[in-house]
Design a protein around this ligand. Structure first.
Ligand code: PEP
Ligand code: MN
Length: 262
């Protein structure tokens, strides 16, 4: 069902007035983790001023170490909803268990399924049973075929509002956090009618090349870019090294916009 052979026209994901996949790329930004209402309000205010309409923020955080910050859980979703409504932004957050689906339906606009759960088939089925847009991340070591099959799990249960997001894959290269597979963009766009986005934060892990990678992604045909922004990255409870502060975000945005691709 996700194949171009089944459907020639692009799927356009609709978030009220915002369309993703209609040929005009979107920028999704926000903190790695929701840490407090004040933190999310500060980010939301900057996004609003910049003309960005979709905000991300993690409430259920799948961390490598069990001793690292695990996220605020449902409290985090409530904070996102509050800041999102105050500033008129759509919200995206990750859930990691099928039991989170009702919470997601109450509090957020787009459900993110993270790289670590790309093949959590029960979660994919549960996401397919609701009628809410899903942002599906490519697994750390997933082939494009496996990625598309994961999306098929969702779409085959009737939820057609699915977006794919390349977030870098595990290779031997250590210069970047993961290896951004830019070729995934045109291949996924050819193979599938679903919108394709690129997460420049988790793929690169490097602020110095994020704008270049965003431009490359857009030039390759991406329908959107995701980037992490935090009021004070040095004190962030997750991904402190690679979240952009507001000044860095402004520079990132200016550089990407200068290309005329966004
Ligand atoms: C995230 O976007 O917050 C995240 C955890 O990313 P990924 O699943 O791609 O590692
Ligand atoms: Mn992160």
């Amino acid at each position: 069902l996700v194949s171009r052979k089944k459907r020639r026209e692009d799927t356009i994901v609709q978030l009220d007035g915002i369309a993703i996949g209609d040929g005009k790329p979107v920028l999704i930004a926000g903190p790695c983790s929701v840490e407090s209402l004040e933190q999310v309000r500060q980010v939301a205010s900057v996004l609003k001023q910049t003309g960005i309409s979709v905000m991300r923020g993690g409430a259920f955080k799948p961390r490598t170490s069990p001793y690292d910050f695990q996220g605020l859980g449902v409290e985090g979703l409530k904070i996102l909803k509050e800041a999102g409504s105050e500033f008129g932004l759509k919200t995206i957050s990750e859930i990691v268990d099928p039991s989170h689906i009702p919470l997601a339906c109450d509090y957020i606009d787009v459900i993110q399924i993270g790289a670590r759960n790309m093949q959590n088939f029960e979660l994919l089925k549960a996401a397919g049973d609701v009628r809410k847009p899903i942002l599906l991340k490519r697994g750390l070591a997933a082939t494009l075929d496996e990625f598309l099959h994961a999306a098929e799990y969702i779409v085959s249960r009737g939820n057609t509002q699915v977006m794919l997001i390349e977030r870098g894959i595990r290779t031997y290269e250590k210069a970047t956090r993961n290896t951004l597979d830019i070729s995934a963009v045109p291949i996924l766009k050819q193979e599938s009618h679903l919108p394709v986005l690129v997460d420049v934060t988790h793929s690169t892990g490097r602020k110095d090349i994020m704008a270049a990678c965003a431009k490359a992604a857009l030039a390759a045909g991406a329908d959107g870019i995701m980037v992490e922004v935090h009021p004070d990255p040095a004190t962030a409870l997750s991904d402190a090294a690679q979240q952009l502060n507001f000044e860095e975000f402004a520079r990132f945005l200016a550089e990407v916009k200068k290309s005329g691709l966004l």
